[in-house]
Design a protein around this ligand. Structure first.
Ligand code: LMR
Length: 341
């Protein structure tokens, strides 16, 4: 039986198509609308209705509009094409042109200095993080990605992470014995250990299922991720700890980026800058909206730690800062603190 392009590129596309086949699908889909001379495939792991998902879609629209349809951006959200396990390799091999991983995911590929963004209770607010990402230190960190044939194009916030489980997690005693899903960041793993929990590294796309199956007991994420992954259906308690930051770096494959004409690089680069600015502007409201939706849905108990409980949490994770300084060299942290002012 003949398989039509629509069937091939439709529901069955999830997880099945990699690289060239996926490009053929997006190119074919786009060809029906307006022929694009160039398609930029941008893969990410979160839902569309999140700060990163909306920024990626804004980038797509801006590039389409400014190039008059000559350059298309095919956005693959929700780990449809690649997930945490294989997206970096896909980018390096040129199976996609762009990604937007969380900063926590760069340690694993040889850039442990990015884990300074994971340090619990380092940042009082997103403005302090911006003072690093917009500084020469932030630029230097992105430039170092060239060692892995990546081009760091810019940073974007999601926001602050909160703890969830089937019990309140407001002070270290509450974490004892829990298996907590973490991203592949040694700092986040150390943070969970310091709190008394057992960290379990899992891909983002596997997290909800693992929570539902009881493979892990809890996790941490900004509320926009918690809500759009329907984690509230499998977690009874969300504790508004705001203990750590989650942000992203948008990165491109070096060969692709350098192969663009100077004019196209400028077009794509400025569209991305604008999309990241937009993403930063909506990040807080997206998280607030998700919290409101969560309250409205009911079912999840929402807890707020007292100052005394925050004090206990901060104290417990203090050694994590020293541990990272020792691993990456204390100068990185000194520079970060200096950039924060
Ligand atoms: C996670 O894996 O928890 C997050 O990094 C997902 C994301 O990209 O926001």
């Amino acid at each position: 039986m003949e398989t039509t392009n629509r069937e091939f590129c439709g529901a069955g596309r999830r997880r099945l198509l990699h690289g060239i086949a996926a490009a053929a699908c997006s190119a074919a889909g786009l060809a029906r609308a307006a022929p694009a001379a160039l398609t930029i495939r941008l893969s990410h792991v979160v839902a569309e209705d999140t700060p990163k998902g909306l920024a990626a879609n804004r980038f797509q629209a801006l590039v389409q509009q400014r190039s008059g349809g000559r350059i298309a951006v095919a956005v693959y959200p929700d780990a449809q094409l690649y997930g945490d396990h294989d997206e970096m390799q896909a980018l390096q091999l040129g199976a996609v042109e762009m990604l937007a991983p969380s900063l926590s995911k760069f340690g694993r590929i040889g850039f442990p200095e990015f884990e300074l963004f994971d340090l619990p209770y380092l940042f009082p607010d997103a403005a302090s993080v911006r003072r690093i990402t917009q500084s020469s230190l932030g630029r230097r960190m992105l430039d170092r990605l060239a060692r892995q044939r990546l081009v760091g194009l810019g940073y974007m916030d999601n926001g602050f992470k909160h703890m969830s489980a089937n019990r309140p997690l407001l002070e270290p005693a509450h974490f004892v014995g829990l298996r907590m899903r973490v991203q592949a960041s040694r700092v986040i793993a150390a943070q969970m250990r310091a709190l008394g929990a057992r960290p379990v590294t899992l891909a983002f796309s596997e997290t909800r299922r693992a929570l539902a199956a009881g493979v892990v007991d809890g996790t941490e994420n900004p509320i926009s991720n918690f809500w759009t992954q329907s984690m509230h259906e499998v977690q009874n308690d969300l504790s508004l700890t705001a203990h750590g930051y989650l942000g992203y770096a948008f990165v491109a494959n070096q060969r692709f980026w350098e192969g663009l004409s100077a004019a196209d690089r400028e077009l794509v680069g400025s569209a991305l800058r604008e999309a990241l600015h937009f993403g930063n502007q909506i990040a807080d409201t997206q998280n607030d909206k998700a919290l409101a939706a969560l309250r409205e849905a009911g079912g999840t108990r929402i807890h707020v730690p007292t100052q005394a409980q925050i004090g206990l949490m901060r104290k417990a994770v203090e050694p994590v800062h020293a541990g990272l300084a020792q691993r990456i060299g204390p100068q990185w942290l000194r520079d970060a603190l200096q950039a924060m002012g």
